[in-house]
Design a protein around this ligand. Sequence first.
Ligand code: KPL
Length: 324
Amino acid sequence: MTPSAEDVLQNTANIAVLGVGAVGQLICHQLTAKAAKVLLLTRDVSGPQTLTCQPLMDASATSCVPDSVTHQYPSLITTNLTAEHLAHIRLLIVTTKAYQVVALLTPLLAKLRADCHILLLHNGMGPHLALSVLLAQHPAMGLSLGTTSQGAMRLSQWQIKHTGTGLTQLGHGFGAVINDNYRALLLDAIPDSHWQDDIITSLWQKLAINCAINPLTAIHQCQNGALAAPQHQDTISQLLLELIPVAKAQGVKLELDNLLEKVNQVIHLTAQNYSSMYQDITHHRPTEIAQINGYVSQCAQEYGLKTPLHHAILASIKSLEAQD
Ligand code: KPL
């Protein structure tokens, strides 16, 4: 007999994943493969701010071999997210689109346990700054930050394909530090994952990669691999040259050669992939441009720096978003 959502809660799902796109589902699979009890939180189609949860019933039916393996949830129960669910959540992993993070977390914070720990694992930067202000009201909560290059693709709503291994970097953001057991579980469950003392530098490095690959593939409607061509390499170098002084103004030291190497490594390793921004534009969905090149432009403005190419790219993507 399939257990009810309440039966599952008896086993106390104390980790929740907010955002059930490909990466969120992949992290869920990786955690449940280590016998963690995980709730998937998703927006209820009946209301824009209503969350429902999908307790995972049977992780054993999902295989977790990396690369090209399809994961599917065999038996999901959708139930309204109750105060009881929230009372159990000690670690909330946020894998939504960057532009959804603050809107979804703002009403949730007051309902979570006072000592709940939040891990942000999304593309782009910026939401952590807004959250640092909101979390000032919740002194026992803490925030960890992370970035992952694991590849995953959604085949259907609850079916994903793990398309590529990749580095995952996690680290302390602010507030209370993550409990040692959760930190150990994350590092054990996610392949090639590492705890970084200086996570902000890692996030800027990933931001640089996304600033180059995401908008250019969306504008030129190409796979990541096409950016290896010389005409794109000049644009990429220019984007990185503009970004480096902005990161420096925030105390983050980046070097052009090293960044170019990292960007080209990703172009090479994900040559056949279509970037998330390419896919968002293709499917007429909002993009994360405001948290990628937009974040660089906004920080630059605050420091009186000029980033004309990021600015122009931001405008191009906004105009593509507006074409429906
Ligand atoms: O993170 C990515 C994305 O598509 O958002 C990259 C690294 C560019 C891989 O496609």
